[in-house]
Design a protein around this ligand. Sequence first.
Ligand code: SAM
Length: 274
Amino acid sequence: MKLIENWFSERYSDNLQLSFRVSDQLLSVKTDFQRIDVFETYDFGKLLSIDGTVQLTEKDEFVYHDMITRMPFYYADRVPEKALIIGGGDGGAAGELLKLGLKSIRNVEIDGQVVEVCKKHFPSLTASFNDPRVKLVIDDGIKYVRETDERFDLIIVDSTDPVGPAEDLFNEEFYENTERILNDGGVVVTQSGSPFYQPKAIELANKGMKKSFPYVRSYVAFIPTYPSGFWSFTMAKKEEIRLRTENVQNGKYFNLEIARGSFSLPEFAKKLTL
Ligand code: SAM
């Protein structure tokens, strides 16, 4: 992360970066796990960055949060009641699941400081943590999934990219444990990076999930502030991946056409999922 003449830049390579002109740097803190920054940008509202990479902005977080919650919700065989979120310390995914009527949500975030920072700067997202249906646990999601015997209808991996504390959230042992604690008919989903700039993430998610689940598919969404704007998610089930079309609630991004069409991948991305 660099702040030069009031620009925050996320570097994609030595030769390429995405820059936001900012009116203020609201916070910068180094935690036991990572560095967290919050900026006030001109065009995207407040921006949360972790280790120099954009996690969310006020203006486009709705795309990511719709797609990481509504897709698995409507592709589960029955209306899901109980969800586990790994990561998601901003509260955005939990908030969407509450709108969908989940009865119980366990949110396991490794870094308590992400939650504190977001409470101060993104209170409309962290409001979900005040709902009695949501239980926030500060712990490593990898360890949590290894040790718990509880079962869930949805498991949502809303993590940072596969480096640092999130690295093992993309490995085979982790997915094996999610299979063990997933109810029949349920869905596991993970964000799996930009197929263009981070081909490893979507490859790892597909390879890892396929060891434990017979049905695995990646889908994509347009997220302007993530690398290339073209982002992927990957879901896994023990049963065929079929859409439930009764009582579908559109989000601000998600609707039935998106639910079906977002599995359409361009050839270069499809190859990464094989
Ligand atoms: N929307 C975001 C994106 O894809 O850029 C993800 C947002 S959310 C803030 C990511 C969270 O995952 C971070 O708060 C980070 O601390 C958390 N995280 C990373 N590794 C984790 C782990 N092993 N267990 C639980 N949470 C983890």
